[in-house]
Design a protein around this ligand. Structure first.
Ligand code: BTN
Length: 250
């Protein structure tokens, strides 16, 4: 079924929803709405993104009719900012689990994978007014029925419907995601949120190469700490605390 403002208002009520058949980036629209005083839980959804943004300045493709591009406005305390992207990856995992998709996990820090292929990415963005935290926008992109065959990510990306072998209603998926966002965002700062994210990570125990700003680190992922940083023991036995970056296995 097509997404529309009317259908989303019905399925997501009483939440404030702004639906766009086409947008540059839902995160940009949500950041502007946040600065205009949007309430917590307000959400921007686009059927297609023309300039969807990914982590590290990358592009995120959202072709029409085949994906979810959603940005939720949230007001966590400053002390829980590190949990925003955890929350995003966690709720997408929960969505796939609720559909009984096999082999769902989080690749540190916040890529959701099915059988080692990326089904979703998360992009949190923070809005400040000077030193005052205005709020955050949690952007989530989910491949629902994106056809990756013949593309350069054919081996590394996957769609939910492909993994499941059955059609899905995107409005129902959004309703689930946002219900879980509400549940977890009532628990900012909790060990429960940290543990729920941690228990889904497939990275700890793996041999990894971390591509960080200061260069590459090769070693074994030992653990994550309470702020979500990855602790990597390098080949000389030295422990590195990695706050952000991309990792490759091996
Ligand atoms: C990543 O690089 O893995 C993060 C991708 C995040 C994409 C989502 S789609 C909805 C929201 N709007 C954007 O422009 N980006 C995020």
């Amino acid at each position: 079924m097509e997404l529309s403002q009317q259908r989303l208002d019905e399925v997501l009520q009483p939440r404030a929803v702004r639906f766009y058949p086409q947008a540059d980036s839902t995160n940009d629209l949500a950041l502007a709405w946040l600065r205009d005083g949007a309430a917590s839980g307000s959400v921007v959804i686009a059927d297609e993104q023309l300039r969807g943004r990914g982590r590290k300045g990358r592009t995120w493709h959202t072709p029409p009719g085949v994906a979810l591009a959603v940005s939720v406005i949230l007001h966590p305390p400053v002390t829980a900012l590190h949990q925003v992207s955890m929350l995003g990856a966690l709720v997408i995992c929960e969505l796939a689990e609720s559909l009984n998709v096999a082999d769902v996990a989080i690749k540190w820090p916040n890529d959701v994978q099915i059988n080692g292929r990326k089904v979703s990415g998360v992009l949190p963005e923070i809005a400040w007014d000077g030193e005052r935290l205005l709020g955050v926008v949690l952007g989530m992109g989910v491949n629902v029925r994106v056809d990756f065959s013949g593309t350069e990510v054919a081996q590394t990306a996957v769609s939910l419907e492909t993994a499941l072998g059955q059609p899905l209603d995107r409005a129902e998926l959004l309703a689930f995601i946002l219900r879980r966002v509400d549940v977890w965002s009532a628990r900012w700062g909790s060990v429960a949120l940290l543990d729920a994210w941690k228990s889904r990570l497939n990275t700890v125990g793996q041999v990894v190469t971390v591509m960080g700003e200061a260069g590459n680190i090769h070693g074994t992922a030992q653990a994550v700490d309470t702020s979500g940083a990855l602790l990597v023991r390098d080949d000389h036995g030295m422990i590195h605390r990695v706050m952000a970056g991309d990792i490759a296995l091996g």
